[in-house]
Write a protein that binds this ligand. Structure first.
Ligand code: GDP
Ligand code: MG
Length: 243
């Protein structure tokens, strides 16, 4: 049996790897918990120019983006989770970093595809988002939230086309399949492999805020994106340096 086919990413088979994973997951989650509101802007040119790594969260309205951000940061109200999709119309920036020293920024981009938003507003927001994704200089990674019961929609595909050139140049990319608690095990396995084919060089992870699945894995990946040199935290898989 190949243990790699296990669709539940939170149960690594090897106990040594598991303890290393636990340590780095707790570093990553501690770091994400430092998230604090930085600024909000209705358009790209109002955003401050920054030189720390920036990770953007994007996705259709109702995909579970706010819930995912709140879960990762372990803060109930950081991103506004709403039963009325389409209401978050600003780009919101959150600073991350211990001791108040910002070493990365999370960006919550407005959800797209909500039917009740007037067409002009939709077009304007698609332009703001495309502009951001193409031109934001310190953008290091993009996390695309997708409700796996709907799969990647036309607007998600447009977004993938927009970011493809930057992904080819090294921009990190992750598709988070949210609400995975709504899927059976075999549905989860299937949608995971289909989405991996569509991800064009990006990673894909199953996630559930309610069942608390995939949290450690996503947190660790974001930490790595923001700390490519492994700064300020021991790499748990490395042997101890000689005394
Ligand atoms: N079952 C389940 N529902 C979720 C999960 N994450 C979000 N939701 C629900 O999906 C809806 C949309 O979530 P929200 O975070 O506001 O989505 P956003 O519009 O993408 O920010 C809300 O009713 C959430 O309670 C999850 O992991 N499991
Ligand atoms: Mg939201």
């Amino acid at each position: 049996m190949n243990t790699n086919t296990n669709p539940t990413p939170s149960s690594p088979p090897d106990s040594k790897a598991a303890s290393g994973d636990k340590a780095s997951a707790s570093i990553a989650l501690g770091w994400l918990h430092t998230a604090r509101f930085l600024t909000t802007a209705p358009q790209l040119h109002f955003l401050p120019a920054l030189d720390v790594p920036e990770i953007a969260f994007v996705g259709r309205s109702n995909a579970g983006k706010s819930t995912c951000i709140n879960t990762l940061t372990q803060q109930k109200q950081l991103a506004f989770a709403s039963k009325k999709p389409g209401r978050t119309q600003h780009i919101n920036l959150f600073a991350l970093g211990k001791q108040g020293v910002t070493d990365a920024v999370l960006t919550d981009l407005p959800g797209y595809g909500y039917a009740a938003v007037p067409k002009q507003d939709k077009i304007r927001w698609q332009q703001v988002m495309a502009n951001y994704l193409v031109t934001r200089e310190n953008l290091t990674g993009i996390v695309l939230m997708c409700d796996p019961r709907h799969g990647l929609t036309e607007l998600d595909e447009i977004l993938l086309d927009i970011i493809r050139p930057r992904v080819q140049e090294g921009l990190k990319f992750l598709i988070v399949l949210t609400k995975s608690d709504k899927l059976t095990r075999s549905e989860a396995t299937k949608i995971l492999s289909i989405t991996k084919l569509q991800a064009g060089g990006g990673e894909v992870m199953l996630f559930s805020a309610t069942k608390r699945r995939g949290i450690d894995e996503v947190a660790q990946l974001l930490w790595k994106w923001a700390h490519p040199q492994g700064a300020a935290a021991p790499a748990p898989t490395e042997p101890d340096p000689p005394q």
